[in-house]
Design a protein around this ligand. Structure first.
Ligand code: SF4
Ligand code: SF4
Length: 494
């Protein structure tokens, strides 16, 4: 999503950037003749600062984005003068005083995107609030603190992804997911698509592997990149470390360019928003190069429905409800369309609010998240669904263990599509999480830990926090524990 006003800025800056490339910063070209520009990190930061200035100038502080925002009450900033709050955001961007209500609103943003359509001035208010968070952070924390915070968050993410993925994946599957082995950074390969996993889906690898299985069945020419070595820069961005964030994001963009792909299919909505609203526009401004399109995988898959439909051969006689978030425009509709194409499936609407980008984006409003998830589980039970099917990996991490206590499965929606296509991927993350016992999980995974030279002491804190710790709605407890086999589907695939 580009801002109209930013487009004007792009035009001016484009001239400079093109000249800049001609004068020696342009790098090699990929197989499709797209340059891998080696712009200076200061160029990227300068480009982003110009976007911030342009946004601050274009916003008239009309307040419409605040008025439509679904989380002002949960964020504790409800009922304020909308023009004061939004002018406060403009002030933050342009170096004025920090209005605490405006900052509180920006900090609580769950990236739902409801505000995007409301702006009559061509601004993306979601991006404007993201900018405000970064600038506020810059002004209240010194450079060293911001850098350290970004490093700490990156280290924690890397450790979680490494340990949890290695507890579940064979070396061959890790390599297939672009981790270790022959990571496809080569200039020689030329593919149509990059499948970009992002980082955290590697904690629930059956979801990422299902994406690849489906693409293979569709005969898509792709390569896989992702994991912490292909970071989108979001953690450094959140910490207000703009320099490292832009450097990391542009390095990853250049790795994508080298594959020769014209389109990057992103799995993770956080990566999608980070690149489409910040990373790619900044890269284009700084280099004059528009390197590729980035498309959410689910939208891509829905666009392939004509080719997919003949592969949906096995009826799946189940009643399901979808757990959805609206942050990526059109995605809930695409997920419903894909499920509706599965023969035998009945998709019912629970008529509950859908908000935020993904479950973890609601962490800024924990009470609201807990309330929504509790309500959803109760309504799904009352509706007699066979499965509650989420789209994203973070949703799955937070919800899957409830399968232990409710008379329905908690799955990823791709499992339905895969079942109809005749294949199955074991959900090892859910199997571990349902055990609810760190020591048992560690001993059951002893072979995988040993094979990957990870000690139990290294893995234990990860299991306790990144696996068992993400549980917004507490499990019901032993008295609700049903005999597992009584309600689990057995895979019906060949
Ligand atoms: S971003 Fe748009 S909707 Fe929000 S206050 Fe500014 S001009 Fe109004
Ligand atoms: S993205 Fe959603 S939560 Fe954030 S400001 Fe816009 S409407 Fe509010």
């Amino acid at each position: 999503m580009y801002l109209n006003i930013i487009h004007c800025f792009h035009c001016i800056f484009y001239q400079f950037a093109s000249w800049h490339n001609v004068c020696g910063t342009a790098g090699n070209q990929n197989g499709r003749g797209i340059s891998v520009a080696k712009a200076n990190v200061d160029d990227f930061v300068a480009a982003f600062r110009r976007e911030i200035d342009a946004t601050a100038s274009a916003c008239v502080g009309c307040g419409k984005c605040y008025e439509i925002c679904p989380i002002t009450e949960s964020a504790g900033v409800n009922g304020l003068d909308s023009t004061v709050v939004t002018n406060g955001i403009r002030d933050i961007l342009s170096g004025g005083d920090i209005n605490q209500n405006s900052r509180q609103w920006a900090d609580a943003c769950i990236l739902s995107g409801d505000c995007i359509e409301s702006c009559n001035y061509g601004i993306n208010p979601r991006l404007m609030l993201t900018m405000a968070r970064a600038i506020s952070k810059e002004r209240t924390h010194n450079e060293k603190e911001r850098k350290l915070e970004g490093q700490k968050a990156f280290k924690a993410l890397g450790a979680g992804v490494k340990v949890l993925s290695r507890m579940q994946l064979t070396a061959a599957d890790r390599e297939r997911l672009g981790q270790g082995g022959n990571i496809a950074d080569s200039d020689e390969k030329s593919v149509d698509y990059v499948f970009y996993t992002g980082c955290n889906v590697l904690k629930t690898p059956h979801i990422a592997l299902l994406c690849l299985d489906i693409m293979d069945a569709l005969d898509i020419n792709y390569t896989v990149l992702g994991g912490p070595s292909h970071c989108c820069g979001i953690l450094q961005f959140r910490a207000g470390d703009m320099k490292t964030s832009t450097k990391v994001a542009s390095n990853t963009i250049e790795k994508f360019i080298r594959t020769g792909a014209t389109e990057v299919l992103s799995w993770c909505p956080t990566c999608q928003v980070q690149y489409s609203e910040f990373g790619l526009p900044t890269y284009e401004s700084a280099t004059g190069i528009k390197p590729f399109e980035m498309t959410p995988f689910v939208l891509f898959l829905a666009s392939q429905l004509d080719a997919l439909r003949p592969l949906l051969k096995h009826p799946v006689q189940k009643k399901i409800a979808l757990h959805l978030h609206p942050g990526i425009s059109g995605l809930p509709r695409a997920a419903r369309k894909l499920c509706d194409a599965v023969p035998g499936i009945e998709v019912i609407d629970l008529n509950l609010p859908e908000i935020g980008l993904m479950s973890n984006s609601l962490s800024t409003v924990p009470s609201l998240k807990k309330e929504l998830q509790s309500q959803e589980l109760a309504v799904a039970e009352a509706a007699g669904v066979d499965a509650l099917a989420a789209v994203y990996h973070a949703d799955h991490r937070e919800l899957c263990a409830h399968e232990r206590d409710y008379p329905f499965r908690v799955i990823n929606f791709l499992e339905i599509i895969a079942e109809s296509m005749g294949f199955f991927r074991d959900d090892t993350f859910k199997t571990m999480k349902i055990k609810q016992d760190a020591e048992k999980i560690l001993s059951d995974c002893a072979n995988m830990l040993e094979a990957n030279a990870i000690s139990k002491d290294q893995a234990r804190p990860i299991v306790e926090t990144a696996l068992l710790g993400e549980q917004p709605v507490p499990l019901r407890g032993e008295k609700f524990l049903l005999p597992h086999k009584a309600f689990l589907f057995q895979p019906t695939v060949d």
